[in-house]
Write a protein of this length. Sequence first.
Lengths: 309, 257
Amino acid sequence: MDLGVNLAPRHKVELRLRNPVMTASGTFSNGLEIARHFDVDELGGVVSKGTTLRPRRGNPTPRTVETPAGMINSIGFQNIGVSALISNVAPVWAQWQVPCIVNIMGDTVPEYGQLAARLDGIPGVAGLEVNISCPNVGVGGLEFGQDPRAAREVVSEVARHTSLPFLVKLTPSVSDIRPIAEAVALAGGHALTVSNTIPALAIDPKRRQPHLATVFGGLSGPAVKPITMRNVYLASSVVDIPVVASGGAMSGLDVVEFIMAGASAVQIGTASFVDPEAPWRCLRELRAWCEAEGVSSLDEIRGVARRLD
Amino acid sequence: MRRFEAEVTESARLYGSTHVLWLRREDALRTITPGQFVMLTCGEGADPLLGRAMSIHRLREGSAGPEWSILFDIVGRGTEWLSQRRDGDLVRVVGPLGRGFEPRPRVQRLLLIGGGIGCAPLIWLADEVAAEGREVTLVLGGRTEAQIFPPHLLPPAVEVIVTTEDGSLGERGRVTAPFERLLPWCDQAFACGPEPMFGALHEVARRSGLRKPVQALLEARMGCGFGICYSCAVFPRRGGVKLVCHDGPMFDLRDLY
Ligand SMILES: Cc1cc2nc3c(=O)[nH]c(=O)nc-3n(C[C@H](O)[C@H](O)[C@H](O)COP(=O)(O)OP(=O)(O)OC[C@H]3O[C@@H](n4cnc5c(N)ncnc54)[C@H](O)[C@@H]3O)c2cc1C
Ligand SMILES: Cc1cc2nc3c(=O)[nH]c(=O)nc-3n(C[C@H](O)[C@H](O)[C@H](O)COP(=O)(O)O)c2cc1C
Ligand code: FES
């Protein structure tokens, strides 16, 4: 059985994963804590916490609240900053076999370029994931990923500053994900991550206040799976670069469903909070499913559920 | 840290509306220290989704081997579910987690301060240090008698002081009064309770000018319990940000305020 996938088939530097099970940004820290307990080299890929040019302390608390079959978070991009990542984290990653991908986030288009340039050629860094589900500070709060032109600018800027393969992580906060997916693919993104947390709000009736200190946050977990499923289906039907699913996967069967919708790989996020072994369990369950179904390569099932084209 | 299933061996209301749940001790919990905690999945499916943090309350030798327990009040769905577990039921556990109390090896007099359900991890600490032959005073505070862990369930060597806000048991008032009295006596202090209690203890400790080391066991809203979600942030006085589950839950009181 060959579960391998290449997330940058048309780029000179490939991004080969041994299997399609990855971790999701912000739900695995930078992997160092978990790696003390479990063998990260068995996974397809590891994605770092969202990393910015300078370290950030993040938002005030409460930062998370549980909701039906999900949770809302507003962590506020607490991270150690790109310099500390390069000096303290990447050298550890360089000892691992698993490809480690840095999730980057900028406030402005040039910041994305600077982050990409800093990470280019750093041993231990196998690729980037460019988070465009965040406000374009220069343009009054609209997310980069909500505006095809801004999304294109970010992608071109990153492509100009790195030889690393990179995924572009789209936002679900659009009425139709297809135009953005097409714009990003045209501008040179090597793969798409579809998608991210969904803007949400929870009220605490006892305090008569929002649960979170920042009022709004992003919904994740099993509650968002059907929404992600639709977006994976739609995005993968209009682009010919790989699509990575992110949103709601809890089991190996969820991974199978995302692949049937058109995904090449699947990120395990919130599931890891409940069970630190979730990515490994999903992988075991995926293997068992393939064995039981006589599937020897994921190409046999990728996109089989799609009827749109 | 591991994820495993633990079998319930005893479930009871211990006092007031406080429950105790005893579980068979798996290999994963072989090396644990007072103040460490676990995350418990409180249900079968994906709702409720996240684990609930519970301090390890006590250890004992059961009829079929070693056991551990949690002590909790019912405050919502998760704790309600836990209170309904019966002998033989399985509970999914992630643990052991966090950095527990660190009594200095040679200190002789230990002062333990528990506010409300915050007494849970201190009972085990009291068991341990009393068994080592050290002097322990445990202050148990609550609003009323029903919130006080029954002193007769503690080893006789532990001196217990009770405070209740309504005076229904022990001294009328809060734990800060005995804390202030006993601070000069003790070599090291340990505290667990609601957030405002820590502020009050810090104020007393600071005013005393004694610079006694006080270890505080913090609570925070947790998503994971093992350092990957960044939900449980605290912002120490000197700046920066720490994770309660990973850098704590034990912190030096002076580093916080
Ligand atoms: C390290 C640690 C150790 C703990 N040890 C114990 C213990 O030994 N015994 C015990 O009874 N409780 C303990 N708690 C608190 C316990 O985790 C919460 O009371 C529990 O999660 C509530 O779950 P629920 O589903 O019953 O309530 P929910 O319906 O989730 O919430 C009910 C109320 O509790 C609050 N709450 C929810 N989660 C937490 C949390 N993690 N910390 C504080 N408040 C919370 C909510 O804001 C709400 O007001 C500990 C918490 C931490 C962080
Ligand atoms: C606590 C938390 C923090 C997150 N931080 C980031 C981040 O820094 N960068 C990013 O691109 N996505 C971040 N995400 C989004 C996840 O990577 C993932 O896309 C989303 O949670 C949906 O997947 P899930 O349902 O499997 O969790 C975060 C999600 C959570 C729950
Ligand atoms: S609870 Fe997730 S990092 Fe502390």
